[in-house]
Design a protein around this ligand. Structure first.
Ligand SMILES: [Zn+2]
Length: 651
């Protein structure tokens, strides 16, 4: 009897399992092309006190006896239970299988799940919340090591289980990069896989996960992962307390997921509009029974009164500031990262991001929704000391909002159509801001000429320690990317109006490696790599010279500045704020492509001159320290607040 129960996923009367999976059978067609990733949380063990941190947790805890039936049921039919690494590597499966994942790092991972998995020779990936290790009910560092030593895979589930889509870049760094490093320290081995707390995930976060060095990221979006699926946005299907044996079987088969998908998609709208914390609050207002609410954000189900209390305590001691960012990824966002970082010690920061791209083809339909959400946030955060906005956010100026600072990198002839079309309107709107921050004197002049009086220049900042690269590192990079034998010329970040193609056209006869960074289709002699941060710096440092021939008025030119910090000479168009950087930093300005070849050839032939430019550039570029930037920002914010409370414009 026992055996029969197992062979039917604990569902003795399953009518041929309804979906073609018989004991020992191969998977259905869909599963030869895709894999389902199961998502579990804490298990419910007899006499076990569930983790206190979880308020809405009950429906996500599966009884250990059910877990055992499910996992042994897999085994019984020759299905494999895999870790994420195994599932990702499994391109031509001999046997059907599922990936097994457990989120949060509860102690029951080790004492409840691991023995069952071992018994059935299944592997699994345990995603742990690094900051929770050692708390009551959660694994200790020694226990995570033990789990790893048993052969299971350990992944990272962030540092604090925060809702990542609401965090600023500095906080995200902690949640992804620092958490990874800390976990690797504990385990003494690499951590390659991440799972998103609360299932909040978007393309920006996926990019950050990649930059942090993760190979995969798992979400709570239900679905089957096809072999071609993006490893940085893996679908998972949650197994819950009330998942019946029949449902479990269908989940493993990747069947009947449409209802789950639809529900998840429908709930994404209010979650996005309200923001996660508001969403949870809103839900708890209307949820009469916390243990049976319709909450779908799985792990997010956890957000606890505990952390909310912490948040309140926190903010009562510190002033609140809001940063609203348009995620155009046009080079501006690195600046906003530093603004957030420099204010983080003084203010409690919250952050809202406008990102139309994440809506894909629906972006034009979604734009009004984004703005409605933004407007709500601006009007509901009136108790904040200050709101710092990038240009898109400046389009909206509700009458009642906190004193605000607008960051403007560049206006007018830019790669961004929206920007150009709305310039007059933007100027009109930013006139109303309490202060406008630009990143070079060029743009201060530009705005002053148009009658703005509240403009401040706060230049970009860079962390010098990032730029000390060893020769070994650079050599490794060149070997890895097959860039040996000839000098490298870095021709800039690929993008509209960045002048990369024209630069290549002008120089293509030279016997060098032409390398651009960024995304570009097609091959050819000019190589273009989408590089992580460290490799990008290795490329800059390994280049004989860097060329930045942007054809629009730049705010500054971070690329040129970074090359200078690496001691690499720069030839640039000097458009917009870039001229201030290149002139003051003693680099070469080349206004047109016709004279580019001459400048470059002369420089390639003259090692002494290159060394001199490298030295001068580095010396100048080093003055733009984080400390200076931070002091300037804190000063400006306090001036804006004082002026606002006295009813004045900050001037
Ligand atoms: Zn979680």
């Amino acid at each position: 009897m026992h055996r029969e129960v197992l062979s039917n996923f604990g569902y003795p009367n399953a009518p041929s399992f309804g979906c073609g999976l018989r004991p020992g059978s191969r998977a259905s067609v869909s599963l030869t092309t895709g894999i389902v990733y199961l998502m579990y949380h804490e298990l419910d063990l007899p006499g076990w006190q569930p983790c206190k941190a979880f308020v809405r947790h009950h429906r996500y805890t599966v009884a250990q006896s059910d877990f055992r039936r499910q996992i042994l049921g897999l085994k019984d039919r020759n299905w494999r239970g895999m870790s994420v690494s195994e599932a990702l590597a499994d391109s031509k499966p001999a046997l059907p299988g599922v990936a097994i994942t457990l989120d949060d790092g509860s102690e029951t991972d080790l004492i409840g799940a691991a023995p069952v998995l071992k018994e059935s020779s299944c592997n699994a990936t345990f995603y742990v919340v690094v900051g929770w290790l050692g708390r009551p009910g959660f694994l200790s560092s020694a226990q995570v090591r033990e789990l790893g030593d048993l052969g299971f895979e350990i992944g990272c589930h962030s540092m604090t289980h925060a809702c990542l889509s609401e965090l600023g870049p500095a906080e995200l760094h902690v949640e992804m990069t620092d958490a990874k490093a800390k976990l690797e320290d504990i385990l003494g081995r690499r951590v390659d896989h991440f799972s998103a707390p609360g299932g909040f995930w978007n393309r920006r976060l996926a990019q950050m996960a990649m930059d942090a060095g993760y190979r995969s990221a798992a979400t709570s979006r239900p679905g089957v992962n096809l072999r071609s699926a993006d490893p940085l946005s893996l679908a998972r299907v949650v197994v819950m307390r009330d998942t019946s044996p029949h449902d479990f079987e269908r989940i493993c088969m990747g069947k009947h997921l449409l209802v789950r998908k639809t529900r998840e998609a429908a709930l994404r709208v209010p979650k996005r509009l309200l923001g996660y914390s508001r969403y949870v609050k809103f839900q708890s207002l209307f949820s009469l029974d916390v243990t049976s609410d319709k909450q779908s954000c799985h792990c997010g189900a956890v957000v606890t009164s505990g952390s909310e209390r912490q948040w309140t305590d926190h903010t009562s001691q510190r002033q609140k500031a809001l940063i609203i960012e348009y995620n155009g990824r046009d080079g501006g966002s690195a600046y906003e990262v530093m603004v957030a970082e420099s204010l983080a010690g003084t203010f409690h920061l919250s952050r809202h991001e406008l990102d139309f791209k994440r809506w894909g083809s629906l972006k034009y339909v979604a734009a009004p929704l984004e703005f409605v959400g933004l407007r709500r946030i601006m009007t509901t955060c009136r108790d904040h000391s200050v709101a710092i906005k990038t240009f898109s956010a400046a389009l909206l100026n509700p009458r009642r909002q906190p004193p605000n600072i607008v960051i403007l990198h560049h206006v007018g002839a830019s790669p961004n159509l929206l920007y150009s079309a709305l310039e007059a309107y933007i100027l009109h709107q930013i006139r109303k801001a309490n202060a406008v921050v630009v990143v070079s004197e060029y743009w201060k002049r530009y705005l002053s000429q148009r009658g703005l009086t509240n403009v401040y220049t706060i230049h970009n900042a860079f962390k010098a320690q990032e730029f000390s690269l060893t020769t070994q590192e650079i050599d490794d990079f060149r070997r890895q990317y097959d860039l040996l034998g000839k000098p490298i010329i870095y021709v800039g970040k690929y993008g509209p109006d960045k002048g990369v193609e024209e630069t290549f056209e002008a120089l293509k006869d030279l016997d060098v490696h032409f390398v651009a960074s960024g995304r570009r289709r097609g091959g050819g002699r000019m190589k273009c790599y989408l590089l992580g941060r460290r490799d990008y710096l290795r490329l800059l440092a390994g280049s004989k010279l860097a060329i930045t021939m942007s054809q629009f008025a730049e705010g500054w030119c971070r690329t040129a500045h970074e090359a200078m910090l690496c001691g690499t000479p720069v030839v640039g168009s000097g458009q917009g704020g870039m001229s201030e950087l290149l002139e003051s930093g003693g680099q070469i300005i080349c206004r047109d492509f016709a004279s580019l070849r001459g400048s470059v050839e002369a420089l390639l032939a003259n090692e002494e001159r290159r060394a001199e430019l490298g030295r001068k550039g580095r010396e100048f570029a080093r003055q733009f320290t984080f400390e200076r930037f931070q002091a300037e920002w804190i000063d400006l914010v306090s001036r804006v607040r004082t002026a606002h409370s006295e009813g004045l414009h900050c001037a």
